[in-house]
Design a protein around this ligand. Sequence first.
Ligand code: AMP
Ligand code: MG
Length: 425
Amino acid sequence: MSSETSKSVSAITADSDYDPNSMPVAKAREYIRAFLTPVTAVERLHLRAALGRVLAQQIRSSIDVPSHDNSAMDGYAVRFADLEANAESSLKVVGTSFAGKPFQDGVGPREAVRIMTGGVMPSGCDTVIMQERVRVADGRLQVPGGQQQGANVRYAGSDIKADQVVFEPGQVLRPAELGMIASLGIGEVPVYRRLRVAFFSTGDELVPVGGTLAAGQIYDSNRYTIFGMLTRLGADAIDMGLIRDDPAAIESALAQAAQAADVVITSGGVSVGEADFVKQLLAKLGDVLFWKIAMKPGRPLAYGKVGQAHFFGLPGNPVSAMVTFYQFVREALLVLMGVPHPRPLPTLKAICTSAIKKAPGRTEFQRGILEQGDDGHWTVRVTGDQSSGILSSMSQANCFIVLPDAEGNTPAGASVDVQLLEGLI
Ligand code: AMP
Ligand code: MG
């Protein structure tokens, strides 16, 4: 066991400004961050299979990319010294350099070579004239004055130089990174193993999909949103099912989940008024703290360790479960997956077209619809009913409108922070 994993989460309670009943969002993130130990096991994958995974070792290039000086345009490769500065020059076209089929001979004085985009620069030539700028007749090329030396040439190593470190460990492999690694000729990459995240729902009122609802019952939707968010993040989502509000059942589910996974996520059962045994059990099986976060929605959050597993107890309300996942769990899981400095959800400013009522003293994450008006400017409006049970608000939303702690009401027309819910590439 490393010293990191042996630290007790409950040691946090000794902090002078620790207040479990009014925990600022940023403070909760900071506390969680202090206990995250990333996975270390590495597997080698074919490049395509590594999409979305986290690179485990540095990638260094053994070649220049591109490997030769080549043309950025369809045109003519010339020797700049042959050209008149301010008058037309006449050159003899002596061959062609296609992409992948270079012109093999040397190029002498007052000679030029037809060249295609990506074609290797013939030896002796240093400049490419765009084909739109010249006239060609009877194998002779007329180049007007006023050309620039080195124009339209892409130099060897201009993207990546041989021996350059291209990626560091912790890099998430997106489509651009797969392409870059391929451009180095590397077909297999070391990545961290997938993070295993076990999750279950608790609540006697819940019925799994496929069952029939009796009076007062609702379907368990959190296991689907949580599955979706985990899968999108690239974790291995282990569904442990729906557990009754029964101490023995919860105890065995927690123990099993902590055995099976790096992280355990539950929903429901952590709010005030819930049967006390959930807290008692967590106290018995693990080292877990119960917080009321100064935020809306999503006030209750339990965080700690159960055995060796990291534990997140999310609120049961469907919107609260999603908001707390995005605000706390997402970043924590990325760190555990091996990303040392996860990028926060992209945040930008937009004009809010609706007035929003808010009390100071908590951060609000209102569900918003961000759209571009005919004038090209982006505006945002709230989705409607912002209760934490209205899951359709999450479906309609493409962003969170983030209203900071200190702020009160927001008038229509104010500029607000907007957190995008979709990745950009
Ligand atoms: P709790 O946090 O257990 O007090 O639950 C708060 C609210 O969320 C209650 O109305 C629950 O019925 C609801 N809820 C809890 N878990 C789920 C779930 N898995 N799917 C849908 N709603 C849930
Ligand atoms: Mg419950």
